[in-house]
Design a protein around this ligand. Structure first.
Ligand SMILES: Nc1ncnc2c1ncn2[C@@H]1O[C@H](COP(=O)(O)OP(=O)(O)O)[C@@H](O)[C@H]1O
Ligand SMILES: Cc1cn([C@H]2C[C@H](O)[C@@H](COP(=O)(O)OP(=O)(O)O)O2)c(=O)[nH]c1=O
Length: 567
């Protein structure tokens, strides 16, 4: 019997399929996992995967991608799955033909009949007997994926080709998989990966599979623990007080099961309640807490940074963002020895002697990449000399990031040179730049990497930028990320139109505007659209807390400062 695990990115397929295998093996069954711990069992499939994920292959067409994905799967079926099935073993796959169909049809919009014919040919007649649909709110999946990357120390890696189309692709794929499962309930097992531990879920799925293999009814699972999904309240949902309580209750329930995700949801939220929770989580997930301090520059947050600096220096540095206050500079100097690159990567637009002294020290310690990233906004000769060195070493991504906010012919020429090697690196360098070539690059790459282009538009109210956002709004939420903090009639129109489909992003895009009358309308509409979504609740609370904080923060008592030093 072949059992495949299907679902969107970050839904939990890899984690769950491995736990389920452990359970089944523990019960004495022979189980072959075609992708144990996320590693495809065949060398050919691994090589093809590298190709489909390579972000430099921007032009790869949906059809070419489909056939590559099918080649990968055909090899897995031939080399691993069929031999296992032939000898009577149970075979488990982490993604299989269903994922490929979903991506091609719902994700890329290829005609169903053509895709199905191609998939049939590649399958060689082998098809999953049971597909486990690991189902989760796409916003939550995205957050879990991000947390996973932070925990694995991969948070600053450039990312793969998969993300370029934007978050909307995952939403469409989820809808497609849910429809498939509903249409053929005998061939699917849908499990919601929210509100319970992976262990509980693995017990349930392993039992369902064992029952199917043995031809019996599954034993009833033990009662699931209460879920932590926020409850919907009818009226006055946008009131800051009620929101805070609901968010904190949901967060505390989550922290018991998924502390790192809870810490991540606290990112950038000002005030005592959030601070106390970050302190409480700091010992268990220091890297996530350190990064969750980004945007916070109060003394208590700095004290927590100092407390974490010895354990997770690179994450503490990342969590400083672009803070160049004297307190942040002291911390950067202290972090240099252990995390030279990250310590200076946030020094954007800092051209003073203190910043350059830090950069010089970082360079001595091998931190060129971080130095390059932190050159954003700088047009001085020293900066150009370093960029030339970075280009010589092929550090496209870092050079690109460090060209953000740099105007002039020289910068345009370097972006053009980068684009020849790595279009996305060049794109990163167009943030805050309004030249003709920077605009042309974004318009050219928009069909291939809409998410990345939209990310370069936040805060940019130039007339040519609006049609890009407006064209993308139906397809992906990044159209709303691209109006972050903007008080512009077309930004408000986009929020109003997009809030039902992208409620979490409509809210996060408000920033300091959340407390205005129009902002509150958007918050209320988002809570109505997704009353049980933790990401929406979190963003609504965070936006209103930030707006209130901007109006005048209440300082913490000294005791809280001391507590924060000993996480
Ligand atoms: N129920 C859960 N509780 C805690 N962590 C989870 C849960 N489900 C998924 N995760 C975590 O979320 C991240 C994404 O899961 P993963 O299995 O890699 O997803 P996928 O293979 O579907 O992309 C991982 O870090 C995983 O450990
Ligand atoms: C449903 C879905 C499938 N796919 C398909 C295409 C490939 O066959 C394969 C990509 O898998 P892979 O790049 O190995 O990612 P993961 O580690 O998340 O499994 O899945 C996506 O890339 N994105 C999706 O959202």
């Amino acid at each position: 019997m072949l059992v495949s695990f299907e679902g969107i990115d970050g839904s939990g397929k890899t984690a769950l399929s491995n736990l389920v295998c452990e359970r089944l093996r523990g019960a004495g069954r022979e189980v072959v996992h075609a992708r144990e711990r996320g590693v495809l069992a065949t060398a050919a499939a691994r090589r093809v995967r590298e190709l489909t994920r390579d972000p430099r292959l921007l032009e790869l067409s949906p059809r070419a991608e489909l056939f590559l994905n099918l080649a990968r799967e055909a090899q897995q079926l031939e080399e691993v799955v069929r031999p296992a099935l032939a000898r009577g073993a149970l075979c488990v796959a982490d993604r299989s033909l269903h994922s490929i169909l979903a991506l091609a049809i719902a994700g890329r919009g290829l005609p169903r009949a053509e895709v199905e014919a191609a998939v049939r040919a590649a399958s060689g007649g082998t098809w999953p007997d049971l597909a486990v649909l690991v189902d989760v709110d796409p916003d939550l999946a995205r957050l879990r994926k991000r947390v996973g990357k932070i925990l694995e120390g991969r948070a600053d890696e450039p990312g793969s080709r998969k993300g370029l189309a934007g978050h909307g692709l995952q939403v469409r794929i989820r809808e497609h998989l849910a429809a498939e499962a509903a249409a053929a309930p005998e061939a699917w097992l849908r499990v919601a990966n929210e509100g319970r531990s992976l262990e509980a879920l693995a017990d349930l799925v392993a039992e369902a599979i064992a029952a199917r293999v043995d031809g019996r009814a599954p034993r009833r699972p033990r009662a699931a623990p209460p879920t932590a999904r926020p409850r919907a309240h009818a009226a006055a949902q946008a009131e800051a007080g009620g929101l805070a309580e609901r968010f904190e209750a949901a967060l505390d329930a989550l922290a018991a099961r998924e502390p790192a995700l809870a810490a991540h949801l606290l990112a950038g939220i000002p005030g005592r309640a959030a601070h106390a929770r970050r302190v409480a989580l700091a010992a268990r997930c220091p890297a996530v807490v350190a990064r969750a301090l980004e945007g916070l520059s109060d003394p208590e947050s700095h004290a927590l940074r100092w407390a974490l600096a010895g354990r997770v220096p690179a994450d503490v540095a990342a969590g400083l963002g672009a803070d160049a206050s004297s307190e942040a500079m002291r911390l950067r100097a202290a972090l240099l020895a252990r995390a030279p690159g990250p310590a200076v990567a946030g020094l954007v637009a800092a051209d003073g002697s203190e910043a350059w002294a830090l950069r010089a020290e970082a360079l001595e310690r091998g931190g060129l990449e971080g130095v390059l990233r932190g050159l954003a906004g700088l047009g001085s000769e020293r900066a150009w000399a370093l960029r030339a060195e970075g280009v010589g070493q092929g550090l496209w991504d870092a050079v690109g990031r460090g060209l953000a906010g740099v105007d002039g012919a020289r910068a345009d020429a370097m972006r053009a040179a980068l684009a020849a090697h790595d279009g996305l690196a060049a794109l990163r360098g167009t943030v805050g730049v309004e030249s003709g070539p920077a605009r042309a690059l974004r318009e050219r790459l928009f069909p291939l990497a809409p998410k990345r282009v939209l990310r370069t538009l936040a805060g940019n109210a130039a007339p040519w930028t609006w049609p890009l956002r407006e064209r993308a709004l139906a397809a992906t939420k990044e159209a709303l990320d691209a109006v972050d903090g903007m008080d512009h009639p077309r930004a408000w129109a986009l929020r109003a139109e997009g809030v039902a489909r992208w409620p979490a992003t409509a809210v996060s895009s408000l920033r300091h505007l959340a407390a205005t009358a129009r902002g509150r309308e958007i918050v209320a509409a988002a809570l109505r659209a997704a009353p049980a979504s933790l990401p929406v609740l979190r963003n609504a609370h965070a936006a209103l807390a930030l707006a209130a904080h901007a109006a005048g923060p209440a300082p913490l008592p000294p005791a809280a400062v001391e507590a924060s030093c000993t996480p």
